[in-house]
Ligand binder design. Sequence first.
Ligand code: TYD
Length: 414
Amino acid sequence: MPNHENQSDKKCRISNKELNLVLDFGMQPLGNAFLSHQEFDSEYFYPMKVGFCNESKMFQLIEQPEPKKMFHENYAFFSGTSKKMGQHFEKFSQSIINSEYFSNPNPFVVELGCNDGIMLKNFANRKISHLGVEPSKNVADEAKKIGINTLVDFFNLLTAKKILDQYGQADAILAANVMCHIPDIKNVVEGMKLLLSPKGIIVFEDPYLGDVITKTSYDQIYDEHVFLFSGMSIKNLFNLYDLELIDMEKQETHGGSMRYILAHKNQYPISSRLEKIFQFEEELGLGDYQKFKKFSANVEQSKKDLVAILKDFKNDGKVIAGYAATSKSTTILNYCNIGSDLIDYITDTTPIKLNKLTPGMHIPVVSYDHFLRQPPDVAVLFAWNHQDEILEKEKKFTESGGKWITHVPEVKVF
Ligand code: TYD
C-alpha cells in the first residue's frame, strides 16, 4: 500500500493554527479511484480525519493526498452526466449574465475547474468571452470539443498572472464544486484578487457545511473535499485578501450547497440576507468546535443503522444494489465496512467506472442496463443528492416493489 504524504502537519490551511479533531474515518482510499483487479496491489490509502479551526472557522481534512493523485488524466467525474445539473448551470449562468454586478458590455468570464464545460457553454453560446481552467485533461478535452476555450492547468497565483497577461482582468470568476477541493486555497484566492476587475465578482458554490451537519451527510467528506465551507469561514478567508462577501444564496444541488458572491471591498452593498444566514450558522454551532461532538455521535449512529438494515435485507436473501457509484459512497462503504457481502453491485451511468471495482471495498460497478434488465430487491441511493431525478426515472422499479435505502437525513427504507 503506497504511503500518503503528510501535507498539512495538522495545521489549519488558513490560520496555520492547530486543528481540533472532529472525526477519524481511519484509512480511506480516494473517492473516485475506481480500479481493476490488476490494480489491487497499488491501491492508495491515506488516514482520513477532519478537523476544525476555531480561528478561521474552517472545517477541513487534516491530511490530504497530493492533488495530482486525484485530478489527473483519467479523472472519473463528468459534470454533464446529470440532466438536473445541466439545468442548474444554465440558471447559474443566467443569474450572472442578468446580474446588476455584470455591467461590462464586453465581459470576460473565467471558470475554475470548468470540467466538461457544463457551465461555460452557456456563456460560449452567447458569444461571451470566456476561459475555463481545468487540470484534468480528459474532462478538459470534452469542454474543448464543445467549443469552450480551455486551459489545462490548476488555477493559482501564477496561472492568474498568465491569464491576466494574455486576456486582461476578469469581470466574473466562477467556480462550482471546485473551491472546496483546493488545499492551497490561499494561493487561489490571491490569484482571484489579482485577476478580478475593480467592479468584478467572484461567484462560487460548494457543498454547505450547514447541510452536512443538519443532514448527517458525512459522505460529503472524502479526499477531494479538503474543505466544507460555511459563510463564516468564507468571510474570514477572503477578508485576508480584502475581498468582501456581499451575498450568499442557498442551493439545493449536491445535497445542499451555498453560493457565495464576493467583490473587492466597498464596491457593492452587503445583502441583507447575510445576517440571517450568519445567525443560523451561529445557532447550529458552526463557529464552535465543541458543537461538532453531536455531529460525530450522529455519524456513528448513522453507520450502525445502515449496516443493521443491510444485514436484515441480506439475511432475508435479498439482492441489494447501490444506485450510483459516487465519490460520496466511497466514504460510506469504507467507513461502514460494507463490501460485496452486503451490496451485490453498484450501477452507474459513467462509462469509465463500468466493469471496475469501488475504491477500497471492491464492489463491482455494473452498467445501468444491468440494473434495468435484472432489477435488485433493494437499491441504496448513493446519489441521494439526485433523489428527485432518480425516483422519477425509476418509477417502474419502485412500483414493482423495489425498496430504496437512504442514509440522509437519517437511515431509512422507503
Ligand atoms: P454525484 O452525486 O454528483 O457524485 P459524487 O459523489 O461523485 O460527487 O453523482 C454522480 C455519479 O452518479 C456519477 O457516477 C453518475 C451517477 N449517476 C447515475 O449513475 N445515475 C443517475 O441517475 C445519476 C443522477 C447519477
